[in-house]
Design a protein around this ligand. Structure first.
Ligand code: BTN
Length: 253
């Protein structure tokens, strides 16, 4: 037991020794009508997945592989903000437990020394005007050694243990993470994203930098200005025009 101080998140926990993907399990539970704040967490995923159908490497006992089902009464257009809420909650949990401060790369990556430490996957079950469930997947690289990562990830991914030189308590981290997530979720439901914007921006690496945003409708190069009160990224291109980006892969130049 984690001794959680939360009232919604993790009240119902599905703990799995091994599963294909906690995201898949959480989707199924959501369809079956599970309560708000249901947590699915596994020691290992045999088919973990990331954004854009990428593979998410999830070896046994080394990381935090979890998916939360949230049922806010909101329109589907609000869903991307949940990625930003999760990023802030993860960043603070890492700070609290590991005493190091990660960077957030909009929208869903957390980095240490430029390498990925956590990925967030926010998916939606909704009809056209309201959210039925948000499935918030979080994958945190915690105690992997360098040799635990496939060779092609050595330059792009890292773990908290590698970065701090210490073994990290995964249960402390999960507990802090769930407490932070619930705190920010409740603030968000009450007051919207605006109160979280400054906090988010304090961790953001790309702001003020030259970036390329690869979107489905093409690439936009320019300076990252910040995010709006809705969590949308603002980029100023080299002709001075400002673009609002809802979804993209960002490359920092
Ligand atoms: C990304 O950076 O592309 C997002 C990675 C999300 C990985 C997590 S691990 C728990 C949950 N289950 C999955 O299969 N994926 C998410």
């Amino acid at each position: 037991r984690l001794g959680l101080k939360t009232t919604i998140f993790g009240k119902t926990i599905h703990y799995l020794e091994s599963t294909d993907s906690t995201q898949k399990v959480a989707h199924r539970l959501a369809q079956e009508g599970c309560p708000d704040g249901t947590l699915v967490i596994a020691e290992e995923q045999t088919n973990g997945r990331g954004r854009l159908a990428r593979v998410w490497h999830s070896p046994k006992y080394t990381g935090i592989w979890m998916s939360l089902v949230l049922r806010p009464k909101l329109p589907p257009a609000k869903a991307p903000q949940f990625t930003l809420i999760a990023a802030v909650a993860v960043a603070q949990a890492i700070e609290d437990v590991c005493k190091i401060s990660p960077d957030i790369k909009w929208p869903n990556d957390l980095l240490l020394n430029g390498k990925k430490i956590t990925g967030i996957l926010t998916e939606l079950q909704a009809d056209s005007d309201k959210i039925d469930a948000i499935i918030m997947g979080i994958g945190m690289n915690v105690n992997q050694k360098e040799a635990d990562f496939p060779i092609e990830l050595h330059d792009i991914a890292t773990s908290l243990a590698i970065e701090t030189g210490k073994e990290i308590s995964r249960s402390n981290l999960v507990k802090r993470l769930l407490e932070n997530l619930e705190k920010y979720y409740l603030i968000y439901l009450k007051n919207g994203f605006a109160p979280l914007k400054l906090l988010w921006e304090s961790y953001a690496v790309s702001l003020g930098k030259d970036i390329i945003a690869r979107t489905i409708s093409g690439n936009i190069a320019g300076k990252a200005l910040g995010i709006t009160d809705e969590g949308v990224l603002k980029i100023q291109d080299y002709n001075g025009q400002i673009h609002e980006i809802y979804s993209a892969d960002i490359e920092i130049k």
